[in-house]
Ligand binder design. Structure first.
Ligand code: HEM
Length: 242
């Protein structure tokens, strides 16, 4: 039997056949190449989003019952990896800043009603993380895990490194949230550079709509961590008085 090849293992032919540009052949080669770049970037984002949602789902599962002794470490590994993957996703958006505007303007009509706002995986990610008003599955799982270990999230924040791996999870959750926020901000800046105040292909007002949707997940955690400042200040006052 022939040995498995790189191309077979990774389905390279199928993968490289997925970039179907819609610009007519009558357009200049540069426009078709620009659309190819646009498609590759979006498809790469979707691939990385697949990994991100798998990893965050696994992190939430590791923090849910039944609880085992290594669950915190496992959850932390998945969260830390997500932080890196969000950097990769961020890089994809930055690369698109090099999409020539004149070429984008020419192929944009062929996108018709297609818009990133229809990305099912991005919606899944938003559900896992939650927003600045509603809690997501990840944070609820973390709260339950802490409760199961006999400590509140507030206490984890106040104890800091003394709370061990739970404190590192809290820190990693915020790094994930900040990576997500950074992606949204950079996407917003890209959209502003590329379309100005024009409407989105998905029918939204574009930049205004996106600006309203830039959220920072885990507001509770940020709030609870603010207590640390109070504690440090009051410890300082007590120390000075004693
Ligand atoms: C030239 C590049 C880009 C432009 C001009 C652009 C434009 C827009 C606009 C105008 C919207 C608002 C919805 C609408 O009316 O269409 C939007 C939403 C969105 N786009 Fe992009 N986009 C670009 C690149 C990307 C890339 C690379 C991704 C990666 C998958 C992406 C993913 C999204 C997502 C997930 C949303 C929804 C965001 C939310 O709900 O907060 N976009 N985009």
């Amino acid at each position: 039997m022939a040995a498995l090849t790189y191309a077979d293992y990774l389905n390279v032919d199928a993968l490289l056949g997925l970039q179907e540009t819609r610009t007519p052949d009558s357009a200049s080669r540069s426009v078709i190449q620009a659309e190819h770049f646009f498609i590759v970037t979006h498809q790469s984002c979707e691939l990385w989003l697949k990994q991100v949602t798998i990893d965050l789902d696994a992190a939430a599962e590791a923090m849910a019952p039944p609880y085992g002794p290594q669950d915190e470490e496992l959850a932390l590994e998945f969260l830390d990896r997500t932080v890196e993957l969000l950097r990769v996703l961020h890089g994809q958006v930055i690369a698109l800043e090099k999409l020539p505007l004149r070429h984008f303007a020419e192929f944009r009509p062929y996108l018709d009603g297609a818009s990133g706002a229809q990305s099912a995986q991005f919606r899944l990610l938003a559900q896992l993380l939650g927003g600045d008003r509603q809690q997501g599955r990840l944070y609820r799982a973390f709260e339950q895990l802490a409760q199961h270990r006999g400590i509140s999230v507030a206490e984890v924040c106040v104890r800091g490194p003394g709370a061990g791996v739970l404190n590192r999870i809290a820190d990693s959750l915020l790094d994930v949230a900040n990576g997500y926020w950074r992606w949204k901000m950079t996407h917003l800046a890209l959209v502003s550079k590329m379309v100005g105040n024009r409407k989105g292909t998905g029918g939204s007002t574009g930049v205004d709509y996106l600006a309203r949707r830039v959220t920072l997940p885990f507001p509770e955690l940020r709030q609870l961590r603010a207590q640390v400042h109070e504690k440090v200040l009051s410890d300082g006052r007590d120390g000075a008085g004693g």
